[in-house]
Design a protein around this ligand. Sequence first.
Ligand SMILES: [Zn+2]
Length: 399
Amino acid sequence: MGDFNQSVILEAIRRSGEGLSRIELADATGLSAQTVTNITRRLLEDGLITEAGRTINGPGKPRITLRLVADSRFSIGIHLDPAVITFVLLDLTGSVVRRRVVRTPAKDPRRIVDVMAQAVDILIADAGVARDDVAGIGVAAPGPLNAAKGTVIDPPKLHGWHRVPLRAVLAEATGFDVTLEKDTTAAAVGELWTGHGPADDSFLFVYLGTGIGAALVRDGDPARGSTRNFGEIGHIIVDPDGPSCLCGMRGCVEVVCTPQAIVEQAERAGVFVDDREGSDVEAVEARFTLLCERAASGDEPALQVLRRAAEHLTVLIAALTNVLDVDRVVLGGPFWSRLAEVYLAEIPTLLDRLSATKAVHTLPVDGTVVGDDVGAVGAACVVLDSVLTPRASDLYLEE
Ligand SMILES: [Zn+2]
């Protein structure tokens, strides 16, 4: 039980932000004073926590506040996206110490892994961190994944990638333990870590990347699914009259809600006068940015396209929240900040109309608190999670 109790204590200290005394820790965790004393002694010796100050509360001995030592452990998060790869170095409290973004090299997986390994070295050197203090690397990648084998199966727009054993190859190239997580799940973990919600927070995270994905946090724990592929929602139908999809149906999320689909709708609506040059990720992204800029400056046709997109996304969100019955909805991912203004103006009212529980509560809809790096930050948090956070599954193993 030792390691489980240790992670219970570390998690309680982390969540408190300001730190906790031993007595507060015993109250917060339900562990005995003796257990708290023993474990905190070990954590002090290991340098993971420190005695940060004394508070005197009435008579008796002053209470010593225990806090995490932010620079005692670090983790690295990598978000693999078809356009760019984002790298972050996080300290033990989950704060971003260093960040780096590189263009994704064309298609060749070997080249991409080399670029990743090089960027990891630079990140560590720039931060002046000892390699031994880095707990590992978390990689957020588009699903579906084969988590057992550590392979990315067929990431969209990365056609050279077919069942690339990313976890093993990157571990070999860097010498670090590598954890592979779906970008959507990683994003939800990042939100959970950074958001300071209640310990039993339950939310749906809707991830707006090159593809659209969903993740679920239930009672403070991310749901991963039997094969760690929770949230493959690309072929849920949101517009029965929408364009036909490769899957054989019409109006799926993938052909209606993705940035590429939204750009195509804008082109059909005549938002742009000239034809798009190329159909690659970069050309689509450039047009998408332009569309959002036009909408922000009050261009009515551009606004109409984004409002329609918000409507379609709300059909998806309502289908999911009606099944999952969560406290709130969080939107995020690399395309989020450009959509935030229009989507936050449209989605809450539309969602309320479609919500099965509208008589019980109004579902709050918020943008992520993490920002556009939520995938990379979340992947790094997954690694910190394995250092700090108690899991019911760990408890079972040790019983
Ligand atoms: Zn489809």
